[in-house]
Ligand binder design. Sequence first.
Ligand SMILES: *Cc1c(COP(=O)(O)O)cnc(C)c1O
Length: 340
Amino acid sequence: MNLKRRIFENIDLSLNHHSRIHTLCGYIPQTNRSPVFIKREDELNPTAIGTKHRKYISLLPSIRQANYTTVILIGSAYSNNLLGLTQHLLNEHIEVHLFVKRPGSHELTGNRLFLNMLLPQSNIHTISPNHWNEVVEQANEFAAQLQGANRQVLVVPEGGEHPATIPGLLTLAFDIQQNQQTYNIRFSDIWTDSGTGISAIGLLLGMRLLGMTEAHLHITLIAGNEAEFFERYRRFTTWTEQWLKAEIPEAGPRVTFHTPATARSFGSINKTVQRATITIARETGILMDPIYSVKHLYTMKQILQQHPPTGPQLFIYNGGPLGLCGFQQTLAKQLRTQKD
Ligand SMILES: *Cc1c(COP(=O)(O)O)cnc(C)c1O
């Protein structure tokens, strides 16, 4: 198929683009008619968080092709995206600068520790929260200063919002189709989570392109809101149509947005999330990151309790155990207060 060729000629085939699915053990009740599968995006790349990896598999080839020597990344000081991409870029002798929002604390934990291990302080530029809305301008100005005869500089906005991520993002819909074929099943519901929304947008565009209109797509808004999602959705739709030189079919899956069933504000971890992180580890054998994946799975469980499923379910596990690193002390304390 032409579409498939277009996508796969723009990705780095030496990087993973296939993840397995298996039935989820425990945590969510299942019946023969409505088994619950989990898609192991966490297994795509041990040095990055799953969903981010698909952005890199086409962004990296485009960076190589354009001969960028320096890349400026924008995001939070604890960003999964900054951590994953920085490692890949350093592997390829590309100079990396980060523009991060100044965090409230001085403690180096989780991804922030790892980013400070990977880069000297002079490459990590902190921006005060009051000026965060100007961060792209500031990064562009810095890029203009660095730019020279021997230096080609690229600025990648928060979440990897760049057209070059599109072919990689579209591989997810293909991969789900392949999972369905392997198990000879059709998912009636697919559950994914969203931060900037870019990964979920990629899935949605891929499903429209492939005519996967039967499944109901559920999106847990871990960060941001529907209005922000739709603004990016429009932008990515335009970029994708420009790249493909074709219109994307209107027909798509039914989409429902969900807010987290607990600890709604982004980054907050309450007792319910801490307990769920431990329960999920015990029942499913999976060490899940609390910020995104635990909230997402907890939310799916609450919704299915109220609306029992009528067909096979797919939970996309976009996270990974790296996301647990900042929460070791919190979880240790939680374990000490639990009786078992
Ligand atoms: C970053 C991240 C997301 C959100 O990805 P976006 O493309 O920004 O929406 C979801 N889940 C996990 C585990 C993530 O790290």
